[in-house]
Design a protein around this ligand. Structure first.
Ligand code: FAD
Ligand code: DHB
Length: 392
């Protein structure tokens, strides 16, 4: 096989890149290890920045997002039961976020690739990338039916997430990893119950962090700080609801409960690999960086990467040179590190940290919360980062 861009991974990064390239007349083939059903049912992120929505609209894949997404103009932060609304739009010249499930974004992109005749191979295995530092890289894979294939291409896009093969194709001698692993994880649930709050609530309670989010007028999405090693069986539904009631509780407000239809535990980490490119291999999304989910940035960062990569490849194929490709890594990393800082800061402010400094840390968190409440500058810092910095 021969294509212009071989894309490894059919998550949001890979599927959006394939679509953006198609709009510019650039061919690609996408390789995905999992089945299409699996990829489209995996419950993950749900908050889209204004800039992400803009990219999807411009790319003509926001029809369902515009009908079913929920624009939010504010977000709540809570400390020991005291709730504070940060008016996002008011503090950012009208910018907002939209709540729309990541799997819906992926579904919309996959449907659009189908209609445009896109080539996506699901359930492939043994993907390997050869000659990324040459002008004709080669990608080998085994298809779902067991047959072996080779793709000759001009570029490889590594959109295969944190556990993919692309990052490790870049020799360790030219790569630096920056990492922070947290001692806690998030238990996420999807529940068949109308959301108890129209806007999100990030709560810091002595028992740990909790987050109220939503997917639709009938579906709530919620998270609890937990031990990442906890087997899911340690979290029967009754225990989850009891903890959510305790951590999210505030006088005069009631958390509605309902059947839990999805439940999973994710460890939290901050991770960046530099550079994000090597020869003709370009990493985008989680394959290059992971943020703790507190800032709701993982998906948004993936979209920002591929928007930039598609533009750089378009310049290349239209004879406008390689400057976009040459600076891809450093251009992306400026946003990556802004977002790393914000995600770490939101995590630090809202989670329970155990250890010898725990009492001191909690006083700092209280002070940070009071500062948000009393200072427009502090609230604006949260707001402009949360809706997404337009230029970084
Ligand atoms: P991914 O979505 O990971 O897509 C990569 C794709 O590559 C996958 O489909 C994978 O199957 C495929 N792949 C991997 N290896 C190979 C291979 N060798 N060959 C072929 N294909 C391969 N962010 C938030 O903001 N809020 C959240 O609540 C949140 N929850 C999350 C929960 C989990 C369990 C995870 C893993 C992530 C979560 N994130 C969350 C982060 C967010 O979902 C990611 O940032 C986002 O999915 C990044 O998109 P991506 O396309 O770069 O990577
Ligand atoms: C959701 C996920 C997040 O990580 C976050 O910070 C806010 C909302 C969600 O899945 O709805």
């Amino acid at each position: 096989m021969r294509t212009q861009v071989a894309i490894v991974g059919a998550g949001p990064a890979g599927m959006l890149l394939s679509h953006l390239l198609h709009l510019q007349g650039i061919e690609s083939i996408v390789l995905e290890r999992r089945s299409r059903e699996y990829v489209q049912q995996r419950v993950r992120a749900g908050v889209l920045e204004q800039g992400t929505v803009d990219v999807l609209r411009e790319a003509g894949v926001a029809e369902r997002l515009d009908q079913q997404g929920h624009p939010h103009y504010g977000v709540n932060v809570q400390f020991d039961g005291e709730r504070l609304r940060v008016p996002l739009a008011e503090l950012t010249d009208g910018r907002s976020i939209t709540v729309y499930g990541q799997q819906e974004v992926v579904k919309d992109l996959a449907d659009r690739r189908d209609r445009d005749g896109g080539e996506v191979h699901y359930e492939v295995s043994d993907v390997s990338i050869e000659g990324p530092d040459t002008e004709q890289p080669l990608v080998r894979f085994t298809a779902g039916d067991g047959t072996n294939h080779e793709i000759h291409c001009d570029f490889v896009a590594g959109c295969d997430g944190f556990h993919g093969v692309s990052r490790s194709t870049i020799p360790e001698s030219v790569r630096t990893n920056y990492e922070r692993v947290y001692s806690f994880g998030w238990l996420g649930i999807l529940a068949e119950v109308p959301p108890s709050s129209e806007e999100l609530i990030y709560a810091n309670h002595a028992n740990g962090f909790a987050l109220q989010s939503l997917r639709s007028p009938e579906l709530s999405r919620m998270y609890l700080q937990c031990d990442p090693q906890d087997p899911i069986e340690r979290w029967p539904d009754e225990r989850i609801w009891a903890e959510l009631q305790t951590r999210l509780g505030t006088p005069g407000w009631e958390l509605r409960e309902g059947p839990v239809i999805d439940k999973s535990i994710t460890a939290l980490r901050s991770f960046v690999t530099e550079p994000m490119s090597y020869g003709r291999l370009f990493l985008a999304g989680d394959s290059a960086h992971i943020v703790p989910p507190t800032g709701a940035k993982g998906l948004n960062l993936a979209v920002a990467d591929v928007a930039r990569l598609a533009e750089a490849m378009t310049d290349f194929y239209s004879g406008n040179g390689t400057s976009g490709l040459d600076t891809y890594s450093e251009d992306c990393l400026r946003r990556v590190w802004r977002v790393q800082h914000f995600s770490w800061w939101m995590t630090s402010m809202t989670h329970r940290f155990d250890g010898p400094d725990a009492a001191f840390d909690r006083r700092l968190q209280r002070s940070q919360f009071d500062y948000l409440r009393t200072s427009t500058a502090a609230a604006t810092t949260l707001a402009e980062n949360y809706v997404g910095m337009a230029e970084v």
